[in-house]
Design a protein around this ligand. Structure first.
Ligand code: LLP
Length: 429
């Protein structure tokens, strides 16, 4: 296999004459030494550039989908760059508010928002609630009857579109837990109810067809399917949701945020939609901004079978290969542009055979125990879907910018692991 395609590296990655990688002016091997491994390293200006691209392309109504990666530093960054924030749970709402993001810049999602989550959202006055069921409308009506201010809402419509992506990442096909179905008529009824209810102000419609969608055609199909309803509802706003895919491995390519926006806006104009077009990208903002640095602990060649390379993280920092069979590249930051002649399987340290990071990786043949090994494009749905399975400590997150590395999430500690336990200490009868 040839060297890693540099297009998979963050915007401000550079490779010196010896092949050594720096991210935003910070030497990757030095970062691994300073912060330990595994560690997520984000190129901060890469994230900022994608936020600006989204705001330029869609305008003020574009929201960053925080589920892709969230901490207070990330929430602040997206807010500073002019994005709204999409939060899908009370937890995400709490983190965004703790970061100081004004409530009116938040869009609240969820197919099963609890009474408490809705109460939080109404109390602080989130900008939009995307309503997902009649039960939720009922809960909002009860809260408003109790004296809370009526929210502004978008009705989530399921357009019945099969997006081109992994089955688990589709959300807009007819058989889905999300939204009101277009075909069955539920969407029309939901819009009528929301527009008549004194407990909410209907701003428009929302659709999200799935995630890691590479072809803009899927979005265009959704626009076409929804156009009659959007026009009938005289929707002031129409959100196309998120879902724009990114390239993870050599040979893949994806539309840019600007190209996606252009295709969606053109499709809307062609379909006679005059609403303000909103969107909420997550992955496209953060995925390729980060690399994960691991350290190689064991190399185990099995005659006639394969070579297993074990690193010091695994499914707890990146469950995507296990969950979706997602592919990643691997490379050595000490020899970033070296050919990768050795075929190996890169696995983690969990007590589980399925704990795979890269199923069929290619690495330089001189790979050694102790090497720092990196996987690119790990900025979305890695940290956020991580766990501490086997009590493996969650890694730290570092933002690199202009040669400075800032720790934005510290590594979990052994003390954290027992912090929430309420059992009495030994010997305490
Ligand atoms: N808006 C809504 C309503 C969503 O449900 C999602 C993602 C987004 C926006 C952002 O989608 P994005 O632009 O990031 O594709 N864990 C999976 C992805 C699940 C996405 C869930 N919803 C993965 O690792 O690929």
């Amino acid at each position: 296999m040839p060297a890693l395609p540099v297009t998979l590296l963050p915007d401000n990655a550079s490779i010196d004459r010896d092949g050594r990688l720096s991210i935003a002016g910070c030497d990757a091997l030095q970062l691994a030494g300073d912060f330990g491994t595994p560690v997520f390293v984000y190129d901060e200006d890469h994230v900022r550039a994608r936020c600006r691209e989204a705001v330029t392309a869609f305008g003020d109504g574009v929201a960053y989908a925080t589920k892709a990666f969230l901490c207070t530093a990330m929430a602040r960054l997206a807010h500073e760059e002019g994005m709204q924030l999409d939060v899908a749970t009370g937890g995400e709402l709490h983190v965004a508010l703790t970061a100081g993001v004004p409530a009116d810049r938040l869009v609240m999602h969820g197919n099963n928002k609890s009474q408490h989550e809705l109460e939080m959202a109404l109390e602080v006055g989130v900008g939009r609630i995307v309503v997902d069921s009649f039960d939720e409308m009922h809960r909002i009506e009860l809260l408003v009857a109790d004296g809370l201010p009526p929210p502004t809402v978008l009705v989530r419509v399921n357009p019945g579109i099969e997006a081109h992506t992994h089955e688990y990442l589709q959300t807009g096909a007819a058989d889905s837990k999300f939204g009101f179905s277009l075909a069955g008529g539920a969407a029309g009824s939901a819009i009528d109810r929301a527009s008549q209810s004194p407990a909410m102000e209907l701003a428009g419609l929302h659709a999200h067809i799935g995630s890691q969608v590479f072809v803009v055609d899927s979005f265009i199909k959704a626009v076409k399917a929804l156009a009659p309803l959007v026009r009938r509802a005289a929707a002031r706003e129409f959100s196309i949701g998120g879902g724009l895919g990114v390239a993870y491995v050599a040979g893949e390519s994806a539309p840019s945020i600007a190209e996606w926006a252009e295709a969606v806006k053109t499709a809307c104009a062609d379909a006679g939609i005059e609403s303000r077009i909103l969107a909420e990208p997550g992955r496209a903002i953060v995925a390729s901004a980060a690399v994960t640095l691991y350290r190689v602990g064991t190399i185990k060649p099995i005659d006639g079978v394969r070579t297993y390379v074990s690193v010091d993280g695994g499914m707890s920092d990146n469950p995507r290969p296990v969950l979706y069979g997602s592919g990643y590249e691997a490379f050595l930051p000490r020899a970033t542009n070296a050919d990768r002649e050795l075929g190996v399987r890169i696995v983690g340290k969990h007590c589980e055979s399925g704990d795979v990071i890269v199923q069929d990786a290619a690495v330089p043949a001189d790979l050694e125990v102790g090497d720092v090994l990196a996987t690119p494009v790990t900025g979305a749905y890695g940290y956020s879907m991580g766990s501490n399975y086997n009590m493996v400590l969650r890694p730290p997150v570092v933002f690199a910018k202009d040669g400075e590395a800032t720790l934005v999430i510290r590594r979990e500690t052994f003390a954290d692991l027992v912090d929430r336990d309420v059992s009495p200490p030994p010997g305490d009868d």
